[in-house]
Design a protein around this ligand. Structure first.
Ligand SMILES: C[S@@+](CC[C@H](N)C(=O)[O-])C[C@H]1O[C@@H](n2cnc3c(N)ncnc32)[C@H](O)[C@@H]1O
Length: 333
């Protein structure tokens, strides 16, 4: 069981009322806390929990509608997402107590200071490199998703621009990432046909693809409900149509693609994690049509070229700047 869940169970006497577990890990905690329901925003955690606890689990960028008296927030990586989730949970009808649990190295003490703004707050436990905090909520907290969304303009190399909308917790919230910027300068000459933005975040690559290749079907895919919602809002802001897919990895992606274009993931939750990207590279050929292309931006130090050459074909460097490289490889025709 996840160490954070273990710390919760050391204090099980606190968890006897109706309870929402926000961002719960995919473990057996729901078996131990029979009155709890879980809210997930990562599709892989959701799928794992849903297969065991069906109607007690929801997946969305918004909390479930059913009222609970208590909630536990499992500390996410992003500071903005933490702030947003604390306020959103505190503002739910009927919510009285908000617990916060997370690893010390993930910044639980800083997050506890954010929690303390919502009511009387104290530390309940510290074990397994984690801390558990409790806040008895003051009434009157409000939170509207719109106040947390950031919109900004991204100029495209061909002279046009697009509007981006990002929600808290989404990669590079409120600004264009330097690696993505380099990739946007090298979207020329993709094979014609269906295009995929793998790990779309706020949807910047997929949106730029749709602007540059208006006749192609473009799909945008992400594991994170906040990214999915951001991408939908981005497409709508720009009056563009594309398919936005919730997926836990490349296995769920469309096939017969002309190109997969990506700034791929290097985190899962608070951990550095390359598994989804390595799997993408291993399986790209299965999802590309003959002659289809994988175009990927990554930190230069990552050893993706070897993996790309092993599983797809010759890997070319299209561009290099400030520690990032744009790679291109094609499936044999
Ligand atoms: C480096 S960010 C790039 C975001 C966006 N394309 C950009 O350039 O700003 C990688 C994205 O991959 C998503 N991601 C992480 N794991 C994933 C997985 N297993 N399957 C699909 N997407 C994933 C993350 O949620 C994140 O939005």
């Amino acid at each position: 069981m996840d160490p954070k869940s273990q710390v919760l169970l050391r204090q099980a006497e606190y968890f006897t009322r109706t309870l929402l577990l926000a961002g719960a890990p995919a473990d057996e905690l729901l078996s131990e806390l029979a009155q709890a329901q879980a809210w997930c925003w990562l599709a892989d955690d959701y799928a794992a929990l849903q297969s065991r606890y069906a109607d007690r689990v929801s997946f969305s960028h918004q909390p479930p509608a059913a009222e609970t008296e208590d909630a536990v927030l499992f500390l996410p990586k992003s500071r903005e997402l933490t702030e947003f989730l604390l306020q959103t949970l505190a503002s739910l009808p009927g919510m009285q107590r908000l617990f916060l649990v997370g690893e010390k190295k993930a910044g639980i003490e800083r997050a506890a200071r954010q929690l303390a703004k919502l009511g009387k707050t104290w530390k309940l436990d510290s074990a397994r490199h984690c801390q558990l905090w409790l806040c008895e909520l003051d009434p009157g907290t409000t939170s509207a998703l719109k106040q947390w969304q950031q919109t900004f303009t991204v100029s495209l190399p061909e002279g046009s621009s697009v509007q981006l909308c990002s929600l808290p917790g989404v990669f590079s919230h409120g600004r264009l990432d330097a690696g993505t910027a380099l990739l946007l300068e090298h979207l020329e000459g993709l094979p014609s046909g269906d295009l995929l933005d793998f790990g779309c975040g706020a949807g910047v690559i997929g949106t730029a693809l749709k602007v540059r290749y208006p006749k192609s079907n473009v799909s945008l895919l992400d594991v994170d409900a906040f990214a999915i919602e951001s991408s939908k809002r981005t497409l709508e802001l720009n009056g563009l149509e594309a398919e936005v897919l919730v997926c836990s990895g490349i296995a769920d992606a469309p096939r017969q693609l002309a190109a997969i274009v990506t700034n791929p993931p290097f985190h899962k939750g608070v951990q550095t994690h390359y598994q989804a990207t390595e799997e993408l590279i291993r399986q790209a050929a299965v999802h590309l049509q003959p002659g289809g292309e994988l175009r990927l931006v990554a930190n230069s130090f990552l050893r993706y070229p070897e993996l790309i050459e092993k599983h797809l074909g010759k890997c070319r460097v299209l561009a290099e700047r400030n520690g990032f490289r744009v790679y291109s490889a094609k499936r044999a025709g």
